[in-house]
Write a protein that binds this ligand. Structure first.
Ligand code: ADP
Ligand code: ZN
Length: 524
């Protein structure tokens, strides 16, 4: 059937666009042929169109599951604006009153409504399920599908109920979409949505126009930020802080320095928040100081900088948040301030969470720390984190590439590490391996009797600072891999095994030195 549909014509007809972006067309065809479809595309790649266009063409109503009520309204308005009919798209969520719900149901039953946005908690409501059972559903779209995984940056338990509910309502193809692409999250999504055979469409996550930099966080941070903003007058930017309190404080500091800034966090009332959003979009203010509550679905194409005042909790979160810069393809400067103290503070916050969650949280934090402390190309590290190989010697658009560190030979250290990983049967994590090669007889090592192994302490005469960078760069080079499924255990890859048989030069860069001289302001 889809051969007969000229999708480009339909695209022009409904959206006014002349051509598809990236793989949009193949994605839409795959879905229209009745197949489960999995779309991994970075922010700004054009995911929404992948379900909006087919829903308008196909028979029945598409159910779009989306986590954000504010976003839904926005999208519904856009779709209805396209066709000048206010019934083509609707949403069902807790904000609707009885008569509004009746109108939505009436429009669906009359066949007018092609897209129905629902929040996961509304999808699971008994009477909604009963109603949806009676209608023809073209397909289900699960937006922000990473919310289903504890390994994503925004886990929502309600997402786990989506598959059972779909089975109850009635089967139809599923299209899952996300801008988060780590292997672990990908497998989780497919498993939990029951679409293990879905065809995957993955675009590159490289955002070539974004400049990445990590700065040591010192007590000079506010002044550095003010200077940066003054050097970019009139440019729009977002500054992320972890706490609401810091958001308020920093916004005050900026305002006192004649910068048009405003705070944004979930503790502010919704009128104030939408006013701030409008002011930012209309450029009445330049800088938003925000918690991560700000940004999902903000489509301001010319955000010129994103600053992280505090270290983000995960690299995925970092990628999403920085992704809001330079959506139009223009300049986007991303600066993260890093202090080891912040890591410990974040670890402390996690202490009252369930053990499994703490463990995941700690691993994610360690990845961020590794990113911050390394001298390797930032882009290479970010893309590696998303399972993408970036084989460029110098990206010319990150601090580490603009100021490359001198490389040194780490062949011997690499051999020691790889042999250690093999000696302990690929069953231990990075920290354990480092203790092992250094010859530290920790309780853990003694209890496994690994201090008796020949390889124990094989690197005790080498510089202790070499181990973290060697392991991280061996991961990037593909000699080692981390089994994220199992607490981040280090494993040898086939390339790693080959290396041991025939070792060659392994040039690496040392980590950066981070001093701990950042002190939180007294009243925090
Ligand atoms: P994502 O959800 O992946 O972040 P969106 O769906 O919000 O991306 O799309 C990003 C922008 O690209 C939007 O402004 C959208 O209108 C635009 N867009 C999407 N597809 C096309 C296309 N085929 N041609 C031109 N613009 C497009
Ligand atoms: Zn680089």
């Amino acid at each position: 059937m889809t051969e007969q549909v000229n999708l480009t014509e339909q695209l022009k007809h409904y959206f006014g666009f002349d051509s598809f972006k990236g793989e949009q067309e193949s994605i839409i065809r795959n879905l229209m042929e009745g197949n489960d479809t999995f779309v991994l595309m970075p922010t700004g790649g054009g995911k929404s169109l992948c379900y909006q266009l087919p829903s308008l063409i196909m028979d029945g109503t598409a159910i779009v599951i989306s986590p954000l009520i504010a976003l839904m309204k926005n999208q519904v308005d856009v779709i209805n604006g396209l066709s000048e009919d206010d019934g083509v798209a609707h949403y069902l969520n807790s904000s609707l009153n009885k008569s509004a719900i009746e109108k939505v149901k009436g429009d669906i039953l009359s066949g007018k409504t092609k897209l129905l946005y629902v929040a996961p908690e509304s999808l699971t409501k008994e009477d909604n399920v009963e109603f949806l059972k009676t209608i023809k559903i073209s397909f289900y779209a699960v937006d922000e599908a990473h919310c289903i995984s504890e390994w994503g940056h925004d886990f929502r338990p309600e997402y786990r109920r989506i598959r059972p509910i779909i089975n109850e309502i009635g089967k139809a193809p599923v299209i899952a979409l996300t801008a988060t692409a780590t292997d672990k999250v990908r497998t989780d999504i497919k498993k939990n949505l029951g679409i293990v055979d879905a065809r995957e469409f993955k675009s590159s996550f490289n955002r070539a126009n974004l400049f990445y930099e990590v700065r040591q966080k010192t007590n000079d941070i506010d002044r550095q930020i003010i200077m940066f903003i003054r050097q970019h007058p009139g440019k729009s930017g977002i500054i992320y802080c972890l706490s609401r309190k810091k958001v308020e404080e920093l916004a005050e500091v900026l305002k006192a320095n004649d910068i048009k800034a405003a705070p944004y966090h979930a503790g502010l009332d919704s009128a104030t928040r939408s006013q701030t959003q409008d002011d930012f979009l209309m450029e009445r203010i330049d800088v938003i100081v925000a918690t991560i509550a700000f940004g999902m679905g903000i489509d301001k194409p010319d955000v010129r900088f994103v600053i992280h005042y505090d270290i983000p909790k995960s690299l995925e979160g970092y990628y999403q948040e920085t992704g809001r810069a330079g959506r139009d393809g223009g300049e986007g400067i991303c600066i993260a301030f890093y202090a080891r103290k912040d890591l410990r503070k974040l670890e402390k916050f996690m202490e009252n969470k369930p053990v499994a969650e703490q463990d995941i949280g700690r691993q994610l934090l360690q990845e961020t720390a590794a990113y911050a402390e390394s001298s390797v190309c930032r882009r290479k590290m970010l893309l590696h984190y998303f399972g993408e190989e970036y084989d460029v010697e110098n990206c010319h658009n990150c601090d580490n590439c603009l100021h490359p560190s001198v490389k040194f030979e780490a062949k011997d250290a690499l051999i020691v590490v790889l042999e250690a990983v093999a000696a302990v049967k690929e069953n231990f994590r990075q920290e354990y391996i480092i203790d092992f090669v250094k010859g530290r007889a920790t309780d853990d090592i003694v209890s496994h009797k690994h201090d008796n192994l020949e390889e124990f302490g094989a690197g005790e005469d080498m510089d202790a600072k070499v181990w973290n960078p060697v392991i991280r760069q061996a991961l990037i080079a593909g000699y080692l891999k981390k089994d994220v499924e199992n607490y981040g255990l280090l494993k040898l890859t086939a390339a790693g095994k080959r290396y041991l048989k025939n070792p060659t030069s392994f040039m690496i860069v040392a980590d950066k030195e981070f001093k701990d001289d950042y002190v939180e302001s007294a009243h925090e």
